[in-house]
Design a protein around this ligand. Structure first.
Ligand SMILES: *Cc1c(COP(=O)(O)O)cnc(C)c1O
Length: 411
């Protein structure tokens, strides 16, 4: 029996979806590493395929280890259920395929995770799906982009890597007034810091690869639906498209999630301290961190989120070259894409994750050449600051070596 009293999030992170194994009493959810499940007799097999018996049939169509992870994430997000996916992009594509069709239109955050936008622009467009990408931190722009055929408003907040926030309640109202669904990519915040379904969103997607798993050792995704009707439609499409989750992958992520609360607390505190250090450093041009009063949407962050997160961006004086010199000078922070792991990662979106976006669109979306993204981990913050400090000194020296005047030119 489920206790009728709702437990606090930190408790649910550890217990939701996980019960001692009925067969053996194993406290850790076993890895049900099987592709198929035996039926007692023909009638039981028939009942399972007809949906009259909820038992398992075949791992693409459901697996107990995957189900434990799904129940855990659905509980954390406040959804009616969830679907595990092979990757974040498999989850996002299942959502697109379920709710979009010939003639449909999507309004989305302009600086979303690159492939979430590009797959609509380059692939779904072949099947008659149109999309408009706007600065969704301004709800009026979302509203203005709505068309009679808009079926989905697709928001990422905080957005990658501009750290712009979108008002999720306002976006939900705009979407629903236009007869569209609000889908939110909640990867950056995680359910510890933000629960979009409580603010009117219909569907939440995650790249579990990031904060939820948290150890930079596995990829995965999940879809959470608020309503049963949507979950059922999603399930049908997702199971047929085949981008579902493997039991071993589910087990690893379930293990990672157990420390989500602890990791988020530590990484977030580290990030704020590093951001404050950078904001006060003379070689830094700007810092965008939702937890700093200098962030243009600091108030929205406090209203909508339970904390500003552990990812932020900044610009180095001297633009692209100085930024590159800084990145190359770091010894502790690792130069790699991805985020949300226990180790600090640094990346340069203009030359890495967002390089396939045309420059004009990139700049219009706020991804300038000097933007450096830092995904702060759980190390001792003194070591992170010392690392940045020495790398900034290296960058400043490199800039000094550039012929007079050239250092100020933004390439
Ligand atoms: C990484 C990421 C994705 C894609 O997830 P994969 O697991 O790499 O497929 C989607 N959205 C955001 C915000 C991400 O950071």
């Amino acid at each position: 029996m489920t206790d009728p009293r709702p437990m606090h999030l930190a408790t649910r992170i550890i217990h939701a979806g996980q019960h001692p194994d009925p067969a053996t009493g194993a406290v850790s959810t076993p890895i049900y590493q099987t592709s198929t499940f035996a039926f007692r007799d023909a009638d039981e097999g028939a009942a399972r395929f007809l949906g009259k018996d909820p038992g398992y049939k075949y791992t693409r169509l459901g697996n107990p280890t995957v189900a434990a992870l799904e129940e855990c994430v659905a509980t954390l997000e406040g959804g009616c259920g969830a679907l595990g996916a092979a990757t974040g992009m498999a989850a996002i594509n299942a959502v697109y395929l379920t709710f979009l069709g010939q003639g449909a239109h999507v309004v989305g955050t302009d600086s979303v995770y690159g492939p979430s936008r590009l797959v609509l622009e380059n692939e779904y467009s072949r099947f008659g799906v149109a999309s408009s990408w706007v600065d969704s931190s301004r709800p009026a722009l979302v509203e203005a982009a709505m068309r009679p055929e808009t079926r989905m408003v697709y928001i990422e907040s905080p957005a990658n890597p501009t750290m712009k926030l979108s008002d999720l309640r306002a976006c939900a109202d705009i979407a629903h007034a236009g007869g569209a669904l609000l889908v939110v990519d909640n990867t950056f915040a995680s359910p510890v810091l933000q629960r979009p379904l409580e603010m009117g969103a219909d569907v939440v997607v995650h790249s579990l690869t990031k904060f939820l798993n948290g150890h930079t050792d596995v990829v995965g995704g999940v879809i959470v639906a608020k309503r049963r009707e949507h979950l059922d439609r999603l399930k049908k499409v997702h199971y047929a498209m085949g981008g579902t989750m493997d039991p071993h992958q589910a087990w690893l992520i379930l293990r990672g999630i157990k420390t989500l609360g602890l990791r988020m607390e530590k990484a977030q505190a580290n990030a704020l301290e590093v951001a404050r250090f950078l904001e006060g450093h003379p070689a830094i041009a700007w810092v965008l961190h939702p937890g700093l009063p200098s962030h243009p949407q600091h108030d929205l962050a406090r209203r909508q989120m339970d904390g500003p997160g552990a990812v932020f961006s900044f610009g180095v004086k001297g633009g692209l070259e100085a930024g590159k010199a800084l990145i190359n000078g770091l010894k502790l922070a690792t130069l790699a894409v991805s985020l949300g792991g226990v180790e600090t990662l640094v990346e340069h979106p203009a030359s890495m994750t967002h390089t396939s976006m045309p420059r004009a669109e990139r700049e219009a979306a706020g991804i300038s050449d000097d933007l450096v993204r830092l995904a702060v981990g759980c190390e001792d913050v003194r070591d992170l600051i010392a690392d940045l400090d020495q790398a900034l000194a290296v960058a400043a020296a490199a800039e000094g070596a550039v012929p007079a005047g050239a250092g100020a030119v933004r390439t």
